[in-house]
Design a protein around this ligand. Structure first.
Ligand code: ATP
Length: 513
């Protein structure tokens, strides 16, 4: 555990030191759970966004883009259920003054009991080897039965109390289970209160006639309310999709995991509209397709898993998360939801307008069903960044820090380094940059010994270093060094573009899907 925490600390400090992510308004000591993307971070983030956009919009004839406003008519959030139901139950510890999500405290407690059962199962598995029958063990071993029954009882009671809005019972459950503040051990709790996660704001010049608005807590509703506009103006035929990336805002109760849980974040969402009854086929297709997209980046198959939801949101008839192995364990990276016709029907009801599609093949009108894929851009950034950051011990015993970003996402594709700052080498380097910058982000660096410059580019994740030396003046060749292998090749200047292109082109990476 300690090692994981260290790794995570390294990620946060590397992101700051090398100009990827800064705390927001740091001169005023920052703003909790709000971050700024710095000169390299903004490039990495833009590349992830583009990688997603290309795979969704450019590569699919029946998916188009949209960029809806952050501010929307307030009735939108009444219709979507966010005004009434986008709540988290919170509880404060009176001694430590720390705030928690009451449901998470109970769920974590249930998970600990589950882990105890799992430990018994693992022990038995090790003892019996191939002869082990897990199914039989789980249904006959008294301890395991007891643990799993307890876990089930807790989860069911929590689900019931939350479903009925019985917050007093959630508090009673916390007390009965003797759940303590994870940081201090105190059991001195306040009552449980509902807390709406939407940020409110006002529109209008004077206080009397100002209109109460919300900053959108998800981008999806901008797509739903534009569904018919896009369908008609684009002459789209069901099935078709609308993709969008943009900011969303949530006043998260607990936000202590860097850019994993922010109060202002970015989503990349796609809503796919299908005929009623065809949603499960589409749901399975998008689950598989989205996982393939993630795997194409080469961060390791073992770092992803599906988590199918048992308890479904009010609008869904099937839902799964793609979880990623973050430095603090497996957590949600992307959600894939079959949202039925809930949202479009709700907007029909609240707006009094029809949001239906005339299907010429069936010769009938219907409200389409929707399958949504929703991935957090910042969580993608964290997944890519944290997994790529490596400390390596080299053959000579020295160490290097290297950010092994997928080359397609790297902020800078190549750095051009004159071996020395004289003899015309800087001029030749500049000429190479002039040529390459039309196609790639390239950097120039002449400061310090070349070995140190290599290390700096390694830490920034730059896939190639191009070194200009005296031989370059004679035969127009340079050395090109590969970040991951540190192998150097001598190549002609005219070959550089092709070599870089081959490793960074989105086409080559997306073709791995
Ligand atoms: P969680 O259970 O972690 O709170 P969620 O289920 O509420 O997430 P969704 O509403 O399904 O999340 O949002 C879709 C995606 O948006 C998530 O998979 C995640 O990647 C991203 N996301 C949600 N909340 C945040 C946040 N506070 N900060 C950063 N990304 C977020």
């Amino acid at each position: 555990m300690a090692k994981q925490e260290d790794l995570f600390k390294n990620v946060v400090s590397h992101a700051k030191e090398y100009g990827f992510i800064f705390p927001s308004s740091e001169v005023y000591d920052g703003l909790s759970a709000v971050y700024d993307y710095a000169q390299n971070g903004v490039e990495l983030k833009k590349n992830i966004r583009e990688y997603w956009w290309k795979s969704m919009v450019q590569m699919n004839e029946n998916i188009v883009g949209l960029d809806a406003a952050i501010l929307m008519h307030p009735t939108t959030w009444k219709a979507s259920g966010h005004v009434d139901a986008f709540n988290d139950p919170l509880i404060d510890n009176k001694d430590s003054k720390k705030r928690y999500r009451a449901d998470v405290l109970v769920e974590d407690h249930a998970e600990k009991i589950h882990q105890k059962a799992q430990k018994e199962i693992d022990k038995a598995k090790a003892r019996f080897g191939d002869a082990f029958n897990e199914q039989e063990f789980v249904t006959t071993n008294a301890r395991v039965i007891e643990y799993l029954a307890k876990e089930k009882e807790i989860r069911e009671r929590l689900g019931r109390s939350l479903g009925n809005g019985d917050l007093a019972d959630v508090k009673a459950l916390i007390e009965e289970l003797e759940i303590a503040d994870p940081e201090t051990g105190s059991k001195n709790w306040t009552e449980v209160k509902q807390f709406n996660l939407m940020f409110g704001t006002k529109l209008g010049a004077s206080a009397e006639n100002a209109m109460d608005l919300y900053l959108r807590p998800e981008t999806a509703q901008g797509i739903f309310v534009n569904f018919l506009n896009v369908q008609k103006s684009g002459r789209m035929k069901v099935p078709f999709g609308i993709a969008q990336t943009g900011k969303a805002f949530r006043n998260e109760i607990v936000a202590r995991q860097f850019i994993f849980r922010m109060r202002e974040f970015e989503q990349m969402e796609m809503q796919f509209f299908v005929r009623p009854g065809e949603e499960m086929k589409s749901y399975e297709y998008w689950k598989e397709t989205r996982l393939k997209w993630h795997l194409s980046l080469g961060l390791g198959k073992e770092n992803y898993r599906f988590h199918d939801h048992e308890k479904l949101a009010h609008y869904a008839n099937a839902a799964a998360d793609i979880e990623f192995n973050f430095p603090f364990g497996f957590k949600e990276l992307e959600g894939i939801h079959s949202r039925t016709d809930f949202d479009l029907k709700a907007h029909e009801e609240y707006s009094g307008r029809k949001l239906q599609y005339f299907d010429p093949e069936l010769n009938e009108n219907y409200v389409p069903y929707v399958v949504e894929t929703s991935v957090g851009l910042d969580r993608m950034f964290l997944a890519v960044f944290a997994t790529s950051l490596k400390e390596e011990t080299l053959e000579d015993g020295s160490t290097r820090t290297v950010l092994k970003l997928p080359a397609v996402l790297a902020p800078t594709k190549a750095a051009v380094l004159p071996l020395v700052k004289k003899d015309g080498l800087p001029e030749v380097s500049r000429k190479i940059i002039e040529d390459l910058k039309w196609d790639f982000n390239v950097a120039y660096d002449e400061k310090d010994a070349v070995g140190r410059r290599y290390r700096r580019q390694d830490a920034l994740g730059t896939p190639f270093c191009i070194t200009v030396d005296h031989q370059t003046l004679e035969d127009e060749t340079v050395t090109i060094r590969h970040r991951d292998t540190m192998k150097q090749d001598r190549v002609k200047i005219t070959e550089l573009k092709g070599i870089i292109e081959n490793e960074v082109s989105m086409k080559n990476w997306l073709m791995k899907m």
